[in-house]
Design a protein around this ligand. Structure first.
Ligand code: 13P
Length: 253
């Protein structure tokens, strides 16, 4: 037993509709799991956050997919921690590879957002992960450590309590190419070792490290057996009945 509560996260990305909210939330509301052992967090698109929060039972945590590092003002198109708190939402994803790649968010901007979200009282799923060419050049840990270092540089050790790290190798996202349990475990172990050396042994032991990248009902059972895999961040499969199947697979493990 690791003592870390398994976290199953669903990142809907830019997908959804009122009808899909109804289907997915109804599915989750009808599912049951032991909240001492499993934490469920879903991240719908910002315009649906309020609807999801109002429909979902309290055992379902709701998360934003991103926020800005200012509370309000002339930042057209951005989302604020204040909006989230107003809606009763206390999680956000930060630094997803799609933010880093498509929207050119640097390690420093990502770190600033993580620190801001924590200061605002939100819990954060902070994403890290290497691209295919970086893995092929044996730079996986170098890249992941660089991303972690930027975050650790702006956090007090005590703030890690509200941080969950998601390791999402970019080559496995949306590609159907899932990392093998061993590949994922190896990087998760490296991340935990890095946290022990650079933050503290306590933080390394307590911090949950999620795997993300083509997780589905067919592979979650094998991945969850790995000792350093403390949950999943699920994209495509979180938009289907697979998400509840993954929760059930964990609940019956
Ligand atoms: O990016 C992801 C979750 O944040 C993973 O997406 P897929 O599960 O669709 O590969």
């Amino acid at each position: 037993m690791t003592g870390r509560k398994f976290l199953i996260g669903g990142n809907w990305k830019m997908n959804g509709s009122k009808a899909l909210v109804d289907t997915l939330v109804t599915g989750l509301n009808n599912a049951t799991w032991n909240t001492d052992e499993i934490e469920v967090v879903i991240a719908p698109p910002a315009p649906y956050l309020d609807l999801v929060r109002s429909k979902a039972k309290k055992e379902v945590n709701v998360s934003a997919q991103n926020i800005y590092f200012e509370k309000k003002g002339a930042y057209t198109g951005e989302n604020s921690s204040e909006f989230l708190k107003d809606l009763g939402i206390n999680w956000t994803i930060i630094g997803h590879s799609e933010r880093r790649e498509i929207f050119k968010e640097s390690d420093e901007v990502t770190a600033k957002k993580v620190a801001f979200a924590l200061a605002e009282g939100l819990s954060v799923i902070a994403c890290v992960g290497e691209k295919l060419e970086e893995r092929e050049a044996n730079q996986t840990t170098e890249v992941v450590f660089r991303q972690l270092k930027a975050i650790a540089a702006v956090l007090k050790p005590s703030e890690w309590t509200n941080v969950v790290v998601a390791y999402e190798p970019v080559w496995a996202i949306g590609t159907g190419k899932v990392a093998t349990p061993q590949q994922a475990q190896d990087v998760h172990h490296e991340i935990r070792t890095w946290l022990a050396a650079n933050v503290s042994a306590e933080v390394a032991q307590a911090t949950r490290i999620l795997y993300g990248g083509s997780v589905g009902a067919k592979n979650s059972g094998e991945l969850q057996k790995e000792v350093d895999i403390d949950g999943f961040l699920i994209g495509g499969a979180s938009l289907t009945g697979d998400f509840v199947t993954i929760i059930n697979t964990r609940a019956s493990a």
